[in-house]
Design a protein around this ligand. Structure first.
Ligand SMILES: C[S@@+](CC[C@H](N)C(=O)[O-])C[C@H]1O[C@@H](n2cnc3c(N)ncnc32)[C@H](O)[C@@H]1O
Length: 621
């Protein structure tokens, strides 16, 4: 039986992979002819004895499901399978029959309950993984994997190695783990597991049960139920007797899904609503932050983001902060410097630590790994408020921090799976009105982007424009409330907004300036100052035609606006429309004969005309 906590943990998987595709790898003989390594990078589920496959370590499936009751009782499970899954930190769903023997050795091991009933009856096929599932027999572990994949939100499921063919005992049809029944002539397979654990790998009655089954009938019920949820299942197994699902050629699907993956990774879409820092923090400009170290190293957060982060922290006045991913501890120090909070920060154990494992430096998305995490905060003035924790974010036991944190800052590994898991832990750690801040929501970190896009479907997240920071606040509640943040701009006068935008322009923070000015113009559409600021931003960012339209709008509202007239004259000069420029300049000089900007433009024109010899100097007067 599953206890309440185990059921709760399973709920974390609900819609975790909404709309994605996955592969379910059966252990049928056909996978001997299938190049499973082409699935690297896709989400894969492996089952029961797959760890004995020669490519297990190279493929490292994303998920593992083990339900076979004989396996649950075998030494193979506790001596070999679970330790190897644990070593590679593979998320495993294990038949809860094994609970008394296995216990809870690592965080990513989850129990599921499976039924002993031999056949799926028409009464129904359960797809809710928090309840009892089918799939205890060797032949139908796949029937326990399918509901897990459906629960996770996968919309396309590809089966491979699901032969559903237990009667063919020929040599060619040998399983990779080499059961005696399936290959009676086979004396030795290069597989020690079979020799070490004969009670699991060689057992006659299994074949007897399997031989009596067809399986297509049961799978038809599975397919019918799954189809109701709009999930598609395709069988990419080479040969075999499973004829319920449409068949596709393994190689064709791999080619297509790889392409999709590349496209997805090369241009992940930003789906999270944007908002400028000033909108998020109405008092933005008046918040004074402390002690920012401006010498930042590769792998650390850039200074302009540190400033925004520190202002957010200062504004929140947190008493507890948890940082996932310390690196050298620059941000940790800033978090402490800008609050009086107790700060916890987690990173991998340092070199020399008993749990130290050298990271896989060939993986570009794994980001930076310091030899000594936290080196900067150890020597800071805030060291007594900072606790450095060591561990892998995937297996770290966060339970004593649950519901305790005012702020969690997620800045660990960039891999999609890591970010999802780190984020779920962050949600568990914050107080109901706490805040989560993520770093690296940017094109260079597609895993972060994808994970936050998924999370944003469930939680109201805000991307701070012009940065890679994303924020969630328990105080915002549902999406409706968040729109209040966007309208918080209404707290300012026209002049204050103009000054704010002007400052952003001076600081060359054009992205922020653009959003703020357009939000401000929604409130003050005829504000000549704001329109002029908008035109300036467009000129500075090379959007000249848009700038011209805005300046003409100003002239419509205020025909004597000298700044706008000068702007228009300048644009025309740059476009080579000298006559049009002269028209604007004439208007200016009539209004203000000594207008210095206009006179400067006139001398520009003179120089141009001289050098091009297009007109005589006198024509200008
Ligand atoms: C981008 S850096 C953190 C930067 C830091 N927050 C700052 O602003 O200076 C990411 C950190 O995550 C750590 N990390 C990556 N994978 C991890 C894992 N599985 N468990 C713990 N830490 C991990 C790396 O060692 C690295 O120090």
């Amino acid at each position: 039986m599953l206890n309440k906590k185990e059921i709760e943990r399973l709920r974390d998987f609900y819609k975790l992979h909404e709309g994605e595709s996955c592969w379910i790898i059966g252990n049928g003989p056909s996978i001997n002819q299938t190049n499973l390594l082409t699935l690297k990078g896709s989400v894969t589920f492996a089952v029961n004895a797959f760890i004995t496959h020669k490519n297990f370590e190279r493929l490292l499936p994303t998920y593992y499901v083990a339900t076979n009751p004989r396996l649950m009782r075998s030494d193979f499970l506790k001596d070999d399978l679970i330790p190897r899954l644990q070593k590679n930190d593979i998320t495993c769903f294990l038949n809860c029959e094994a609970k008394p023997i296995i216990g809870h050795p690592y965080e990513s091991l989850y129990y599921i309950e499976t039924t002993e009933s031999p056949l799926i009856v028409d009464a129904g096929y359960n797809l809710d993984i928090t309840k009892r599932l089918h799939g205890t027999r060797v032949s139908v572990v796949i029937q326990a994997v399918i509901p897990i994949a459906v629960y996770m939100g996968f919309k396309q499921i590809f089966l491979v190695g699901c032969d559903n063919d237990y009667k063919d005992l020929s040599m060619e049809k040998a399983h990779f783990y080499g059961t005696a029944e399936h290959c009676p002539n086979l004396l030795k397979l290069n597989n020690t597991a079979r020799e070490l654990y004969p009670s699991y790998f060689i057992k006659k009655e299994t074949t007897a049960i399997q031989n009596s089954l067809d399986g297509n009938e049961e799978f038809s019920i599975v397919y019918r139920e799954v189809k109701k949820l709009g999930v598609k299942i395709y069988n990419c197994t080479k040969g075999g007797k499973l004829e319920v699902f449409p068949r596709l050629r393994f190689e064709d699907v791999v080619k297509k899904t790889t392409l999709n993956r590349i496209i997805l990774h090369s241009s992940p879409l930003r789906k999270i609503d944007k908002c400028c820092a000033e909108q998020l923090l109405p008092a933005y400009h008046s918040i004074v932050i402390s002690n920012i170290d401006k010498n930042f190293d590769y792998g650390e957060m850039p200074v302009y983001e540190q400033e925004i982060l520190c202002k957010l922290i200062k504004n929140q006045n947190p008493k507890t902060i948890f940082e996932i991913g310390t690196f050298q501890g620059a941000t940790t120090t800033h978090l402490a410097a800008n609050s009086d909070a107790i700060v916890y920060t987690l990173d991998l154990p340092p070199k020399g630590h008993i749990d130290y494992h050298p990271p896989d430096m060939n993986d570009p998305e794994l980001d930076v790994y310091p030899d000594q995490p936290g080196i900067k905060h150890f020597s800071s003035a805030y060291a007594d408020r900072i606790t450095q924790l060591y561990g892998d974010t995937r297996s770290f036991d966060y339970s004593s921090y649950y519901g305790q944190m005012d702020i969690v800052f997620v800045d660990g590994c960039h891999h999609y799976d890591f970010v999802l898991r780190d984020s779920l832990n962050a949600f568990k750690m914050i107080k109901p009105d706490g805040m989560i801040i993520w770093h690296d929501y940017a094109d260079y970190a597609p895993g972060v982007m994808k994970a936050l896009n998924v999370i944003s479907e469930r939680y109201s997240l805000t991307h701070i424009e012009g940065t890679s920071l994303v924020v969630y606040s328990g105080k915002w509640g549902e999406i409706d409330n968040k729109s209040e943040i966007n309208t918080s701009i209404s707290a300012y006068s026209e002049t204050e907004l103009f000054n704010m935008v002007q400052k952003m322009i001076d600081e060359k923070n054009f992205a922020l300036a653009r959003t703020t000015v357009s939000k401000s113009l929604e409130m003050f559409p005829a504000s000549v100052n704001l329109l002029y600021a908008k035109a300036k931003i467009n000129i500075e960012t090379g959007h000249i035609d848009e700038a011209q339209i805005t300046l003409l709008k100003i002239i419509e509202i205020s025909p004597e606006n000298l700044n706008a007239l000068n702007g228009l004259a300048s644009i025309e000069i740059n476009k080579g429309n000298i006559e049009a420029a002269i028209e604007f300049l004439r208007d200016i000089l009539i209004l203000e004969p000594n207008n210095q900007a206009a006179l400067a433009l006139i001398s520009d024109i003179k120089t141009k005309l001289l050098s091009l010899s297009h007109a005589k100097k006198e024509n200008l007067y």
